[in-house]
Design a protein around this ligand. Sequence first.
Ligand SMILES: C[S@@+](CC[C@H](N)C(=O)[O-])C[C@H]1O[C@@H](n2cnc3c(N)ncnc32)[C@H](O)[C@@H]1O
Length: 741
Amino acid sequence: MWAGAAKYTNDRDQCVSSPAIPEKRSGGVVADEGAEAKLKLEGQLRPHRSTRLVRGQSAPLDSHSHYLADVSVPPASHPCPDPPSLLVERPSAMDFYHRSALILDALDAKKGSVKGLCMSEATKSRKPGEGARFLKVVVEVLKYRPHIQHLLTATKLLAQEPTLFVPPSSTAAAASAIKSGVAASASKALKQPKKYQKQAPTPLNLASVMVHDLMFAKRGLTLPKEHKVRKKLEKYKPALDKENEREKRRRKVATNEGLQIALPEKVASSLSSIGKGKKREHDADRFAEEAGAGLEAVGEIRWMRVNTLRWSVEQAVEWFEKGGWEMFEDVEEMLAAAQAKPKVFALDAHIEPLLALPASVSLPTMSAYQDGRLLAQDKASCMPAWVLLAPVLADAEEALANGLDTEGEEKKRGKGLRVLDATAAPGNKTTMAAALVAGDPINGKVTACERDQGRFKVLKDMLKRADAKNVQPMNVDFLSLKPDDPKLKNVSHLLVDPSCSGSGIPSRLDHLVPSAPEEEQLSRIRALSNFQIAILSHALRFSGAKRVVYSTCSIWEQEDEGVVMRVLGKKEFREMGWRLAPRDEVLPTWERRGRVEACGGDKDIADSLVRCLPEDGTNGFFVACFVKDEDAEPIPAPPIVAQSIETAEAVEVSAEDDETDAPALVNGKKGGKQAKKAKSTVSQAARIAKEEVVGKAPEPKPAAAKETGASEKKGDKKLSKKQLYLLKKEELKRKKAAADE
Ligand SMILES: C[S@@+](CC[C@H](N)C(=O)[O-])C[C@H]1O[C@@H](n2cnc3c(N)ncnc32)[C@H](O)[C@@H]1O
């Protein structure tokens, strides 16, 4: 292990907050004051040195003390350079409501998907089952949200109780803004003080979560009976009930469920099993984690990867057959047979360690899933590691078969291969790559980079679960690694699966959140594609790199073929010998390939690429494989595609988008190292994206020069209305063509 790795893997880990406080649950949310008292008795809680709301900002417990618990401040000498969540030490009874409302705020600000944000919030405290509980509560609130907002308006609850949902340190301006009934100005007023505001949910969302529990949760509000907020809210119950009944009559529905936004049946049924009973908590967490990564069953198939670090495909087949499962060679046949017999499975035709089961299969009952011998991973998500490493595996087998097992021939069988996963969490592709290169004859290693601290923890959990001992995880920004670092010179194979829009994942529950205006979406996608180009370009610069696989779970051309064409358009990479691996090295029998039109009409380029859509039984996905041949003539510049001349734009993009995952939050609200790092990533992305057909990225101009560089500035601006119109038209044409197919 090299020194840098140790720094990143160990130091930060020690910064985890004090042990998670067990909670006494009484329903959907948490009431943990009893637990806290118990812990105090047991001496597990650090004594409260000072009572503050935020670090360095003292605020006596005032009349709002009902709202938030006090927070103990770590001693000045605390070794942690980056103290974790400001709420961590002593969550109040309101904590779960508060954090659920923060998730709703983040959703409203388009900072991620429902599942991704729930998981990301849960990783802050790492309580078992918390991700699933957030998911359940947030989805329930979202389903009722329009109705709850109606109730709040009709009963004037927010206006009459201006401080009830406002954190204690908020200014009087906030209170008066709320009184005026304008939620937007209230939340604007809450922007002060900044540090605190970072942790304060908007009153509207906090009220929505609490009114949801008061009105629609089976066990009602889970605050202690004497809690001031509970007592105040309960006074409004008769008025809320009255309005609720009136609304049911008006909408001609008999039950409260009739007031919800409907969920697709599949999503509803998978959610209904979450959090039922303590036994299922672990599974529920896993559900949320997998859902966050877009790994839940798509359509009729549940894809399961045999984790060859713990098991072999042969052992898996034997295990299934012993348990009365019938094996099929063909997935379609298996699905047909599943109508009559649920215990059926099939071997996948494209990816060796992959099995297909009926989507109805119950994972909690499957011991091989519980102990990590089988991992739930969508087929498309297995493609990148397979495409990256299948040729090495084939070479190794051939070399062994031909007796090339001597010292001098080791290279030919891939011995000691070094893989680098640039953007690794939650670790599905990392663990698959690790499994493919582990043990004889390759004995390879994987270095896994993950920039986000919370997601890094998820990555480490996944490595443990998969028993991936040949992986070196690093909590680091991949862009900060030096491609010519001598310690990384043996890295020959890279996985680049950067944050993307996640538009290929059909079950992200995003229909519960109003979609962003189109222009906003377009600019977000442009920013994402610039970021993706930066990460991919960085990977191609690694001195020992020979094969680089780029993938997204997006279906947008701008993030898929668009990125590939813009990278192939760079003279720098063509001169290094980079090109796309031909179809026969990239899942040759997979039928859906790149879009010819998006590849400037070049059929060979399109043929080298793999696309997946939900109708293929997978998530929407895209895979491209770059190979370097330094001895061959550089490939000619590819055709220029309309979108490839889109100008780069340092658009601020939201980060913890999903597990599915977007680049880190760069909206100026996120302070500290993380934000600075992220900001540098995005501006670097924007700068690199400016390199078009030739040359290096221009050095950033001094501020004054920027001001006067009018013509260049023009090019850097957002798309014109005409460009937007053309893009939209193109998109409609494509959608129509896809529908006709
Ligand atoms: C799409 S996810 C990767 C999913 C992963 N490959 C898997 O299969 O489980 C992208 C991840 O990259 C991380 N990321 C984004 N920018 C990064 C950077 N510059 N360096 C390292 N990690 C980054 C995000 O935090 C996110 O966890």
